[in-house]
Design a protein around this ligand. Structure first.
Ligand code: THU
Length: 145
């Protein structure tokens, strides 16, 4: 069974997420990438708690450091289409291979994670806590107020 259709988490539990649909949505989003500088198109897709699929692609800039990762567009799309939280996430490169979200984007995803959110990784399905352990989050802002 290939990675896209596997449905077991790292802990061996079954995932009820339609990972193939998410992989397809991520690959479709990737086709919209604007990546003339890196030539590394990326697509990301996520399943929301209420069953929507939101997606995004990377958008680069001549001022290289202003590049927007695919996850930036995805969280914008999440907010623009009804908000809510993310249950599952899938990111692909130009070849449709699973891509790990970069460090900054793990933080973006953490903000909008539903409890138990799952991510497809190069090592199979993992949880948000596994890919961003000991994360900084909204809870820390509350602690010091
Ligand atoms: N990229 C993403 O879109 N998401 C990630 O999580 C990793 C990197 C993009 C940014 C840039 O346009 C290209 O990949 C090469 O770094």
């Amino acid at each position: 069974m290939d990675r896209a259709s596997s449905s077991s988490t790292a802990g061996g539990e079954q995932s009820d997420v339609d990972w193939l649909a998410l992989a397809a949505a991520a690959a479709s989003a990737m086709k919209n990438a604007y990546a003339p500088y890196s030539k590394f198109p990326v697509g990301a897709a996520a399943l929301t708690e209420d069953g929507r699929i939101v997606s995004g692609c990377n958008v680069e800039n001549a001022s290289y450091g202003l590049t927007l990762c695919a996850e930036c567009a995805l969280v914008g799309n999440l907010r623009m289409t009804g908000g809510g939280l993310l249950r599952a996430f899938y990111c692909v490169d130009g070849g449709g291979n699973v891509l790990m979200p970069c460090g900054r984007c793990r933080q973006l995803l953490y903000e909008f994670r539903a409890p138990g959110m799952e991510l497809m990784t190069t090592q199979g399905i993992k949880t948000m806590d596994q890919v961003l352990p000991d994360a900084f989050g909204p809870q820390h802002l509350e602690e010091t107020r």
